[in-house]
Design a protein. Structure first.
Length: 224
């Protein structure tokens, strides 16, 4: 049986994955959705600690672990891979760091602001960038986001190289925060892999949970 460890993005919660988890369990998997310490003034090590502790508490044993990391968790998931056995890493609209690069530097180095501006969006509010395709009933039911502290953005990414773990990148076709063309080029440049396109915006776990779960299952199909 495969265990899926799900990591949310900035200001999120483990419950962000509540719509995705049933599809993973329905395919025979176990699910661990971690609450990261995003509202605490702590660095990357504390985020990785939270994931490692959650895996240890679940008594995964010899089951293969698939680590699924959305958005900001792209900075965290590789640190976990360096500490516990991970069979596959699946990034979802995630940040991809380079050694020594801080989260704060990442935005400028990758040209993120220019990619946002190139879309010509009239509304660049968080709701328009992150939640534009999420159904109203889902928006009404989800928990409010937490405040995201900036501490981890000041810390250089500590690994010397990307971990030696098979890695997939799920690119969200309607993502306004990480535009598809820009994201695709970044994935090819930094990971030297071709991303897999899935429907939905930046929060596809809320707008397209079935499609996202199916893509995660496809990435891990050789493990089941």
């Amino acid at each position: 049986m495969t265990t899926y460890v799900l990591l949310h993005g900035a200001g999120g919660r483990g419950s962000d994955w509540d719509l995705v988890a049933p599809f993973l369990r329905g395919a025979g998997g176990d699910v661990i959705a971690v609450d990261l310490p995003c509202d605490q003034p702590v660095g990357l090590g504390a985020y990785a600690d939270a994931v490692v502790e959650a895996i240890a508490a679940s008594e995964v044993g010899d089951e293969p672990v698939v680590l699924v990391a959305q958005s900001l968790s792209g900075f965290v998931a590789p640190l976990v891979c360096a500490r516990v056995p991970v069979a596959r890493l699946v990034l979802v609209a995630a940040m991809i760091p380079r050694p020594g690069e801080t989260g704060g530097e990442w935005w400028e180095v990758t040209g993120h602001a220019a990619a946002l501006q190139a879309q010509g969006l009239e509304d660049t509010s968080p709701e328009a960038l992150f939640l534009h395709d999420v159904p109203d009933d889902v928006l009404a039911a989800i928990e409010a986001p937490r405040d995201q502290t900036d501490t981890l953005f000041d810390e250089p990414w500590p690994l010397a190289t990307w971990p030696d773990v098979p890695t997939d990148f799920l690119l969200c076709a309607d993502d306004r925060f990480s535009p598809a063309a820009w994201s695709r080029a970044l994935v090819v440049d930094r990971l030297a892999i071709e991303p897999v396109e899935v429907p939905g915006g930046h929060c596809a776990h809320l707008s397209q949970p079935r499609a996202l779960a199916e893509a995660v299952l496809a990435c891990s199909s050789t493990l089941r």
